[in-house]
Design a protein around this ligand. Structure first.
Ligand SMILES: NC(=O)c1ccc[n+]([C@@H]2O[C@H](COP(=O)([O-])OP(=O)(O)OC[C@H]3O[C@@H](n4cnc5c(N)ncnc54)[C@H](O)[C@@H]3O)[C@@H](O)[C@H]2O)c1
Ligand SMILES: [Zn+2]
Ligand SMILES: [Zn+2]
Length: 369
């Protein structure tokens, strides 16, 4: 079939919306008609050319939600008409990681996905007979995509897809960091660094876990107001004195849990240093620049602090994204607050500009609009 998609032709250049060919789903694959897709930092990061593993041409986009249009051979978990959220972090339910409750990092299609291929080593995307590589196994800046069935979460048809798409990356990453990686306990004190999509999700996740005190640190008053709306009990403008201020607020000890959602190694260090002696757990969500390292004074670890990293919030996508979406439907998470701008596929580059200007939390592409 022919469909329109936003192609990264050249690093550092605007994406070019154009018609491409999309082949039918093969065994274990699913054709999805995208209804909505968020614009995330990772798309912009890859488009910029800074990511050493990036390639072009490719169709970017990974925060998608849509409707199943066709299924390939052997697809048993999904049927035509199902509402789905795309998963850059798949869940095969069979590999050694999937069967362990300790991690959400599925091993099944990692290599092929990283190379821009579907699991069988080929692409369904092409232009004039030339294969075009997929991105993150999703390529959702497009009217349609073909994806592995293990990379799709079936969600309630009651969830509006322009909200559900946010669970494909940023929101689940934040919620999950608090709920599944840190496993914040009731009554705890939590500090969240950064109040973008991920940090705000972490604030909401800490609230859902029953945290008593949730401190959010950011540079923007506007974003800190959003953090209070999501459940932060205290807010701070970040700076060189952040660790001292958090220690002051916690009787000199630090917080039970700290969650970093900025991507800055200097802030990651603050997250470690403001975790409580004895049992404080510092969870890193941010993606740092290539070659950057996190400095930790080892004494901080010997005296009981722990450091964890969190990819996609530790969320096992097919099992847990539907549960998170259900909590939204139950009224536990205000997702509307994150949807700042609605744009068309042709305006995808405007989505990058809005993100660069920190205008709003998320721009969402609505297809067919
Ligand atoms: N681990 C994963 O699976 C995963 C998934 C999605 C995003 N991410 C990463 O998470 C990070 C956050 O993503 P986002 O979409 O929320 O980004 P964002 O840019 O919207 O938010 C980052 C926030 O950090 C704040 N900030 C900057 N400097 C600060 C400081 N010194 N102290 C406190 N706050 C400060 C900014 O004001 C901003 O509000 C990024 O690095 C992103 O790449 C990781
Ligand atoms: Zn993302
Ligand atoms: Zn797996």
């Amino acid at each position: 079939m022919r469909m329109r998609a936003a192609v990264l032709e050249e690093f550092g250049q605007p994406l070019v919306v154009q018609e491409l060919d999309l082949a039918e789903p093969k065994a274990g694959e699913v054709l999805v008609r995208l209804v909505a897709c968020g614009v995330c930092h990772t798309d912009m990061y890859t488009a910029s050319g800074v990511d050493p593993s990036g390639y072009a041409p490719t169709v970017l986009g990974h925060e998608g939600a849509g409707v199943v249009e066709a299924i390939g051979e052997g697809v048993s978990d999904l049927a035509v008409g199902d509402h789905v959220v795309t998963l850059f972090s798949p869940q095969c339910r069979e590999c050694v990681h999937c069967v362990s409750p300790k991690t959400n990092i599925c091993l099944a299609i990692r290599d092929q996905q990283g190379q821009g291929h579907l699991p069988d080593g080929t692409t369904r995307l092409s232009r004039d007979g030339e294969p075009i590589r997929h991105f993150m196994g999703t390529s959702t800046f497009a009217e349609y995509t073909v994806m592995a069935q293990i990379a799709l979460a079936k969600v309630s048809p009651e969830a509006p897809l322009d909200r559900a798409c946010l669970f494909a990356c940023g929101l689940s990453t934040g919620l999950g960091a608090a709920m599944y990686t840190a496993k914040v306990q009731e009554g705890a004190t939590v500090v969240v660094f950064g109040a973008g999509m991920v940090g705000l999700g972490a604030v909401a996740g800490a609230r859902l876990q029953g945290a008593e005190r949730i401190v959010c640190v950011d540079l923007s008053d506007e974003r800190l107001a959003m953090a209070r709306h999501q459940g932060a009990t205290d807010t701070l403008i970040g700076g060189a004195d952040t660790v001292d201020r958090i220690l002051e607020m916690t009787g000199g000890f630090g917080a039970d849990y700290t969650i970093e959602a900025t991507g800055l190694v200097s802030v990651m260090r603050q997250a470690v240093e403001s975790a409580r002696m004895g049992w404080g757990l510092a969870t890193m969500c941010g993606v740092a620049g290539k070659g950057e390292t996190l400095d930790i004074v080892p004494r901080l670890l010997i005296t009981g602090r722990r450091v964890a990293g969190s990819s996609f919030g530790g969320v096992k996508g097919r099992d847990q994204v539907p549960l998170l979406v259900q909590r939204y439907l139950d009224g536990d998470i205000d997702v509307d607050a994150f949807l700042s701008h609605r744009i068309t596929l042709d305006q995808v580059n405007d989505g990058f500009e809005l993100m660069e200007a920190q205008d709003g939390i998320r721009s969402v592409i609505e297809f067919g609009s």
